[in-house]
Design a protein. Structure first.
Length: 166
């Protein structure tokens, strides 16, 4: 997401640079007379409209670039927050509070993925297997206990039935 926003920022910056170039060219023609502009194939009104359009484009592109830059920063911060708050944060070495730049973040995540996450996942799987074995043992004990109580209740019930019949 942050890379997408960076690409959007770059594209907007290029549009702003193009608009700046158009404004530079149009500024050179500002001092020309109406007749000189007519001979160049344009008019003062068209020249003014072109300048206004270029300024509007430049402003919109700069705003778009600023929005994309802040969105990229938010996306990188969110990604880092997700990594930092995960149960693997200490294993991954994601303990610092400040978000690293995107290139560093991508490099660290790429390095961490094949090396440290599988070891942590294996450790977690072993812990899960031990918990499952413990729960299975508890379930077997509970089943035996229930069977004993059932047998005891049945004998008490039968005894009370015999006593009631007699």
């Amino acid at each position: 997401m942050a890379r997408t926003e960076q690409a959007r920022e770059t594209a907007a910056a290029q549009v702003a640079a193009t608009a700046d170039e158009h404004l530079r060219v149009l500024a050179a023609a500002d001092s020309k007379s109406r007749i000189a502009l007519r001979m160049a194939g344009t008019s003062r009104k068209e020249h003014t409209q072109l300048k206004t359009q270029a300024e509007t484009d430049r402003t919109a592109a700069r705003l778009e670039a600023a929005d994309a830059r802040s969105a990229a920063g938010r996306a990188a911060a969110d990604a880092w927050k997700t990594v930092r708050e995960s149960p693997y944060a200490t294993v991954l070495g994601a303990t610092e509070r400040q978000t690293p730049d995107l290139d560093t973040l991508a490099t660290r995540l790429t390095e961490m993925r094949p090396q440290q996450v599988p070891a942590r996942a294996l450790q977690k799987d072993v812990g899960d297997q031990k918990r499952i074995a413990r729960f299975h043992g508890q379930a077997a004990t509970a089943k035996e206990t229930a069977s004993m109580y059932r047998a005891g209740c049945l004998s008490v019930f039968q005894t009370s039935l015999r006593a009631a019949e007699a």
